[in-house]
Ligand binder design. Structure first.
Ligand code: ZN
Length: 150
């Protein structure tokens, strides 16, 4: 199929993990990479919408304090994780470090950025506490991030 994740056997993965999903050469010669940041085991559990949404806002904003390579950070529709799109093809360890630094920032955040009706399309659907609980759980599993397959 055309979409990388449609060719991924979701029964074979072991969340939480960080996986290189795809690498694309752009016209002009530069490279972008898309990373699968999986918080929850597919078809077993999912992030609640307010946690997912607040993690999206927090990570999108805070990750850019650590890297100018962040193109996009977006939630998966299945609510089990996020796609991080980066300018360039960094090593796995560099991506893990960016995720670790950003989620550490999430833990000390005092508010969800742009969680208001001017800057967000569903401002009522946010939870800083739930986002921080999920970030803490992901950080606590740091040793397992490189283990993608069950
Ligand atoms: Zn929003």
């Amino acid at each position: 199929m055309n979409v990388e994740s449609f060719n991924l056997d979701h029964r074979a993965v072991a969340a939480p993990y960080i996986r290189l999903a795809s690498e694309k050469q752009l016209d002009g010669g530069s490279t972008i990479t898309k990373w699968d940041i999986r918080f929850k085991q597919p078809n077993a559990e999912a992030l609640e919408m307010p946690a997912l949404h607040s993690l999206e806002h927090l990570f999108a904003e805070l990750s850019r304090n650590h890297s100018d390579k962040v193109i996009d950070f977006g939630p998966m529709g299945c609510q089990t994780g996020f796609y991080l799109t980066l300018d360039g093809a960094p090593q796995w360890s560099e991506v893990a470090e960016l995720v670790e630094q950003t989620l550490t920032d999430v833990m000390s955040a005092e508010a969800v950025p742009a969680a208001n009706i001017e800057q967000c399309g569903w401002a009522a659907s946010h939870s800083l506490v739930d986002a921080q609980r999920e970030a803490a759980a992901f950080l606590a599993a740091r040793e397992a991030w490189e283990q993608v397959w069950a």
